[in-house]
Design a protein around this ligand. Structure first.
Ligand SMILES: CC(C)(COP(=O)(O)OP(=O)(O)OC[C@H]1O[C@@H](n2cnc3c(N)ncnc32)[C@H](O)[C@@H]1OP(=O)(O)O)[C@@H](O)C(=O)NCCC(=O)NCCS
Length: 160
């Protein structure tokens, strides 16, 4: 049986990142990841058709964000994170679904992502969303050094 939805989700709006979000996202990114994207990387994502960052906005607070690149009929989830106090409320699930919608609208056949093998929370979400392991890139991550699991989801079986 499905878990009841967290009431906070009533106020959740998934929207594109704008320039005024960048400082707050960079701060969150630095708190969450040992190898964070710099501010310049987020600025680089603004105003592009084929790549971008989406925000999980709850009453003006940034609860999470995710980024993507669309290239040659493939979509890549390049980043996803939820602020610690908002975790376990399906925010990542909503962000991931929004990225899948963007990929479908761009007529992508596949969505790819990389994840650390030790990141069991993220792997669990991806598997529940239908992603499967494709192969591993040895020593791909730094700080700490770790392989990357490359996962893929086919959008073929999905409803348009
Ligand atoms: C991974 C992360 C994005 C999950 O965000 P979240 O908003 O808490 O996830 P959700 O609440 O949407 O969970 C979605 C599903 O994954 C499961 N899940 C979430 N966290 C989990 C955990 N720690 N262990 C096992 N399963 C977990 C949930 O049970 C849920 O499944 P359900 O829909 O069947 O209930 C968040 O923990 C995070 O920001 N981590 C640090 C950054 C990171 O690792 N990003 C991924 C890089 S590849």
């Amino acid at each position: 049986m499905n878990q009841p939805k967290d009431p906070i989700l009533k106020n959740l709006k998934i929207r594109p990142m704008n320039e005024s979000d960048v400082n707050r996202i960079t701060l969150l990114e630095t708190r969450i990841f040992p190898d964070p994207w710099p501010k310049s990387a987020f600025l680089e994502e603004l105003g592009k058709d084929y790549r971008g960052v989406i925000i999980a906005d709850i009453d003006g607070a940034i609860s999470g964000y995710a980024s993507y690149i669309i290239s040659y009929g493939e979509a890549h989830l390049t980043n996803i994170a939820v602020a610690p106090k908002y975790r376990g409320k399906s925010i990542a699930k909503n962000l991931l679904n929004a990225i899948l919608d963007i990929a479908k609208k761009a007529d992508c056949e596949y969505v790819f992502l990389d994840v650390r093998p030790t990141n069991t929370a993220a792997i669990s979400i991806y598997q529940k969303s239908g992603f499967a392991e494709l192969y591993r890139r040895p020593n791909y991550y730094h700080n700490p050094v770790e392989d990357a699991i490359v996962m893929v989801k086919s959008l073929d079986q999905e409803d348009a």
